[in-house]
Design a protein around this ligand. Structure first.
Ligand SMILES: C[S@@+](CC[C@H](N)C(=O)[O-])C[C@H]1O[C@@H](n2cnc3c(N)ncnc32)[C@H](O)[C@@H]1O
Length: 270
């Protein structure tokens, strides 16, 4: 690579790190860069100079906090979860009639298996992906006690799923996206692992202002605006995007009106 002006991807490549790690660095350090319109541009020379002047600095990752939090509360998650949402989301998913016995489905941010356990009987295989080792342990226990044998688990960051391109028929993600600093990166990764025309089911909070809820749950996003999330999916390779309100209010923690939940469905564009 001998260009003088680099894009975000090229700058990450120059540093030999993933784009995700590079974005983190960009946020936490004074990396020489300019945002021109919506695009980042970097001077190759300035980046090399910046790198060579630096001292070792152990920058923190917000995923680290999320992982720690969910590892800690994993044995109590079932109880905590029931305090916020009931069975309606998974019932909604099953009721959509999208699942079938030939499918391999990823449950992203699976936790202790709220979605995995519910869909396992309707599909060939579930791959439960979660960054928290303790959540995965709880999921395995739940699967065992329900006699379910078609759930594989992967302890992994959902932004770098160790699965090849176009490998699965469907990705489900319940209450995952609001833990991701750069949701569009997560959407790109979902797109990557899906077969052409593969399905996404993503449920999360509508944008809210219950900051007590956000703090308590270690959320990075206070839910999502419907137009914005539709645009993110459209911009990252999805079509047929539909959003419906799931018939359930989140149990409110503060003084604000109830927080609602949406379910988004879409197909990977051909
Ligand atoms: C609010 S819980 C939801 C769990 C489950 N989907 C449910 O509905 O009960 C969010 C889950 O996402 C996981 N998570 C957060 N960030 C993640 C990441 N970057 N990659 C994979 N999993 C992540 C957490 O460990 C946690 O288990």
């Amino acid at each position: 690579m001998n260009k003088e002006i680099l894009t975000l991807e090229e700058a990450a490549e120059l540093f030999n790190v993933s784009v995700k790690t590079f974005i983190k660095l960009l946020k936490e350090e004074k990396v020489p860069a300019r945002k021109i319109g919506r695009e980042w541009r970097f001077s190759r020379q300035a980046l090399i100079e910046w790198l060579s002047k630096g001292e070792s600095h152990d920058y923190s990752a917000s995923e680290g906090d999320t992982k720690e939090y969910f590892n800690e509360i994993a044995p109590k998650w079932e109880e905590i979860r029931k305090g916020y949402y009931d069975e309606s989301i998974k019932n909604h998913l099953v009721g959509l009639g999208m699942l079938n016995k030939k499918m391999t489905v990823i449950d992203l941010g699976s936790g202790n298996g709220y979605i995995s356990i519910a869909v396992a009987e309707y599909v060939k295989k579930v791959i439960a992906v979660d960054i928290s080792k303790e959540m995965i342990k709880e999921l395995k226990k739940n699967a065992r006690s329900n006699g379910i044998k078609n759930i594989d688990t992967l302890e992994s960051d959902g932004l770098e799923i160790p699965i090849e391109d176009e490998a699965v028929d469907m990705v489900c993600a319940n209450m995952y996206l609001h833990h991701i600093e750069q949701p569009e990166m997560a959407i790109k990764e979902i797109n990557r692992v899906l077969k052409p025309q593969g399905l996404i089911f993503l449920s999360d909070f509508y944008e809210h202002n219950d900051m007590e809820l956000k703090e308590k749950m270690h959320d990075l996003w206070p839910g999502f605006n419907e137009c914005k999330i539709k645009r993110w999916f459209a911009d990252n390779g999805f079509s047929g995007i539909k959003i419906t309100k799931v018939n359930e209010n989140v149990k409110n923690t503060g003084q604000t009106p109830n927080v609602n939940i949406f379910a988004l469905t879409a197909n990977k564009r051909l």
